[in-house]
Design a protein around this ligand. Structure first.
Ligand code: ADP
Length: 502
């Protein structure tokens, strides 16, 4: 009887269940979207019960699709949208407020009011920055604004979790209350030097320690699922054996397990992570220090940069400018113009993320002349995705003082060969894409499988990594610098736009 690993991939807009075999091949996928709530400008919420119900339904569907029974599942792994915060009642298991999503900016004013020494303290201890993006200020908001929350917390009756913690709690029938180091670190309450919750940070955010889960590694058995999870007849209880944040899971899924190995995920936004081994590299160039994985008795770290608008710039071409019908044909359009016109699109529609962190920047198109055509704009938009990723790559190179020779890529837009070749050119690096681009799901699957000996070690897993393509730079360093000069100048012209036009 063949055995499988199940991954729960809980994203920002949908929940998915993927079933993987020993060769690392995905044999079944079920996906279902859940509602997004925007109660006020800048607020983004999810209903934690809807997340749970959606996730649970995809487990049953994925098993049914492949005709697999519970006893064929060796372990469950979990990967999730990070930072999103949910608080529930310890006695009833019922959330006291909707989950506040990572994109939610309701706590921006509070974050801006922090004193410089507090900002410095937080950066030093967490490797992150004070920003509404991370969980801590969301937790504080719930405690301060939901009636009776502070009293319940005082009585020890509340539990806080990121979505991995919530799913494990529900999967085990309310028995297990844990998180892992990658998710814990993104809360802004975790000290990367002690690898534990930090009292000084908790005091700053006014959060009682009693609401926090226990922190465990990313690859161990946390508990078993309640009988009846699959259906009323199949009462198999399955061990839950991994938990890891989505970007870190993609890094592991790309098998970037050694110091200096990096991956770029091109989705709606673009996330670049580089493994720095057991070193905690504190960036001087606008990047975040993050826990890469806690596995095999070791905690390793990564540098991380986020680009806010990447694939969504292609959606903008399609839905707003309406100059393409679909994302795929952008590749064809870009290939239609080979002249040296230097047109630059800066898609800072929501401000700029790493390494600039300028919330007041807004987008622009530069270098237009009488001969500029639609094809140029399409090409420049694709190039902008690569330029932005390259800004992060360059910041990483400055932080570690070494070149990034290989970039492993995944995500929807990594299917675009023009974009990938331009990335290789502008970054002067090799670009490697695996056949299996479900790297986020694979990271959690591998960590779950490794913990129970389904796979012996990473070396065995490496045999599953099949390359789809490898691209090398086709232009020299001088040309890349010349192109990049135009980009840097264009980006600078968009800085602080909203402030300047006040
Ligand atoms: P997410 O997980 O963030 O939803 P995906 O990894 O599914 O994202 O990628 C979807 C994004 O990639 C969309 O924004 C889409 O515009 C973009 N995309 C998909 N295919 C291509 C392509 N061939 N060329 C350029 N962009 C693409």
């Amino acid at each position: 009887m063949e055995k499988y690993i199940v991954t729960l991939d809980e994203g920002t807009t949908s929940a998915r269940t993927l079933i993987t075999n020993k060769k690392g091949k995905i044999i079944s996928v079920a996906q279902s979207e859940f509602p997004q709530y925007f109660p006020k400008d800048g607020w983004v919420e999810h209903d934690a019960n809807q997340i749970w119900n959606t996730q649970r339904s995809t487990i049953t569907t994925a098993l049914n699709k492949a005709n697999i029974e519970g006893k064929q599942i060796s372990a469950i792994g979990i990967t999730n949208q990070r930072e999103t915060a949910v608080i529930w009642n310890r006695e009833t298991g019922v959330p006291i407020y909707n989950a506040i999503v990572w994109q939610d900016t309701r706590t921006a004013k509070w974050c801006e009011s922090m004193k410089q020494e507090e900002v410095d303290m937080v950066k030093k201890k967490t490797g992150l920055i004070i920003n509404p993006y991370f969980s801590a200020t969301k937790v504080k908001w719930i405690l301060d604004n939901v009636e009776g929350a502070r009293e319940l917390a005082k009585e020890g009756k509340l539990m806080f979790g990121t979505i991995n913690t919530w799913l494990i709690y529900r999967l085990t029938g309310g028995e297990v209350f844990v998180t892992d180091h990658t998710n814990a670190q993104r809360t802004l309450m975790y000290n990367i030097h002690t690898n534990d919750w930090d009292d000084e940070l908790l005091k700053l955010f006014d959060i009682p320690r009693s609401i926090l889960p226990e922190i465990k590694s990313c690859s161990e058995e946390y508990g078993i699922t309640y009988a009846g999870l699959i259906n009323k007849q199949d009462l198999t209880q399955i061990p839950i054996c991994s938990s890891i944040g989505d970007q870190q899971s993609a890094l592991f899924g790309q098998l970037c397990v050694n110091d200096g190995e990096s991956k770029i995920t091109y989705g709606t936004g673009c996330f670049i992570l580089m493994n720095t081994g057991e070193k905690r590299v504190m960036s001087s160039h606008g990047l975040l220090t993050t826990v890469a994985v806690a596995y095999n008795g070791k905690i390793t770290y990564a540098l991380e940069g986020s680009v806010m608008v990447a694939g969504s710039a292609i959606q903008w071409l399609r839905d707003n400018l309406r100059i393409v019908y679909n994302a795929v044909e952008t590749e064809w359009y870009a290939g239609q113009v080979t002249d040296d016109r230097r047109i630059y699109v800066v898609p800072s529609f929501t401000g700029l993320g790493s390494p600039y962190w300028d919330a007041y920047s807004r987008g622009g198109i530069f270098g237009l002349d009488r001969g500029t055509k639609r094809e140029h704009i399409v090409r420049a938009t694709l190039e902008a995705i690569a330029y932005q990723a390259n800004d992060v790559v360059r910041a990483m190179q400055k932080d570690i003082k070494a070149p990034l020779k290989i970039l492993k890529v995944d995500g929807g837009a990594s299917n675009n060969k023009f974009l990938m070749q331009f990335q290789a050119d502008i970054s002067q690096s090799k670009v490697v894409k695996p056949v299996n681009v479900e790297t986020t799901a694979m990271g959690a699957a591998y960590l779950a499988g490794l913990s129970i000996g389904y796979w012996k070690d990473v070396e065995e897993i490496k045999k599953n990594y099949v390359e789809d393509f490898v691209l090398s730079p086709t232009i020299d360093e001088k040309k890349a610098a010349w192109l990049n000069k135009g980009w840097s100048t264009a980006v600078e012209r968009t800085f602080s736009w909203l402030k300047d036009i006040e």
